[in-house]
Design a protein around this ligand. Structure first.
Ligand SMILES: Nc1nc2c(ncn2[C@@H]2O[C@H](COP(=O)(O)OP(=O)(O)OP(=O)(O)O)[C@@H](O)[C@H]2O)c(=O)[nH]1
Ligand SMILES: [Mg+2]
Length: 244
């Protein structure tokens, strides 16, 4: 019995990517694998496309509509809570834009079944890589950001900034959502740091990190500043092994 795995996909204006990524995930033919789309009222109609996918795949694809765009972290928080409330045993965080290869999902699930609480789809563990289309500047920036956060927080993971992660229900419980402060992308770092402190077993599966296929990036200056500041804030808040 392998249980139920729900891939939580937050979307904001991903009308071109969403149907194709859902098709790819379901095409894997993995038993017990479902999808939950968390759409923040995308003006391009992604929410309606998600509803159609749910109607044609009942019990497999579902949608959480939120009226306000509050950032990736808040969308994930709501989506993960919904997935577990609906009976998931584990969830996967995955972008809609094809940067995360669905083909890694079976290996990630296997690692969870072997006892890991957090399985990272990892660019920086042995065998992981970035797509050739990534230019030198973005490569360096991504590597530097990962090195920066790892040096400060010292989490035992090669890819601490990864956005492609599997979490078991028990691991998410160990994180304690009520402690999460990030609105944007730094949510991923914050969850991993709290998981490591909570004794969660971490495994990494190498992936080839792709390029966004269609649509536009939602990365803004304010989310980048939040990401740069967050590691220091976490250290300060949780200094000396105590929580607030
Ligand atoms: N629901 C929701 N989804 C979001 C929000 N911001 C980003 N997303 C989604 O989160 C995923 C990652 O966003 P991206 O824009 O690809 O961010 P990125 O990967 O750092 O940037 P690129 O490398 O340029 O693609 C995508 O599926 C987005 O549609 C948000 O505020 N709400
Ligand atoms: Mg992306």
């Amino acid at each position: 019995m392998t249980g139920k795995t729900v891939v939580v996909i937050p979307t904001y204006n991903e009308v071109e990517n969403l149907p194709r990524i859902v098709e790819e995930i379901l095409g894997l033919g993995v038993a017990g694998l479902g999808v939950l789309v968390v759409d923040d009222g995308s003006p391009d109609g992604t929410g309606e496309v998600a509803d159609k996918l749910a109607a044609t795949n009942p019990g497999v694809v579902s949608v959480l509509h939120r009226t306000k765009k509050e950032g990736l972290g808040r969308a994930y928080q709501a989506g993960i809570e919904r997935a577990f409330a609906d009976g998931a045993d584990r969830i996967v965080q995955m972008d809609a834009d094809f940067s995360h290869p669905a083909s890694a999902l079976p290996a990630m699930i296997d690692r969870a079944l072997a006892g890991a609480g957090l399985v990272i789809g990892s660019r920086y563990t042995a065998g992981g890589s970035l797509d050739d289309a990534w230019g030198t500047h973005r490569r360096l920036l991504s590597k530097w950001a990962n090195f920066y956060v790892r040096s400060i927080l010292r989490v035992p993971a090669a890819d601490i900034t990864a956005g492609f992660n599997l979490w078991t229900r028990e691991a998410v419980d160990a994180v304690g959502f009520e402690d999460i402060e990030s609105n944007g992308y730094s949510f991923q770092v914050e969850m991993k740091y709290l998981a490591a402190r909570g004794g969660v077993r971490i495994a990494e599966v190498p992936i080839r990190f792709g390029q966004r296929e269609a649509g536009e990036s939602k990365m803004s200056l304010s989310t980048q500043l939040e990401s740069a500041w967050m590691p220091w804030r976490l250290l300060w808040k949780l200094r000396g092994g105590k929580r607030r």
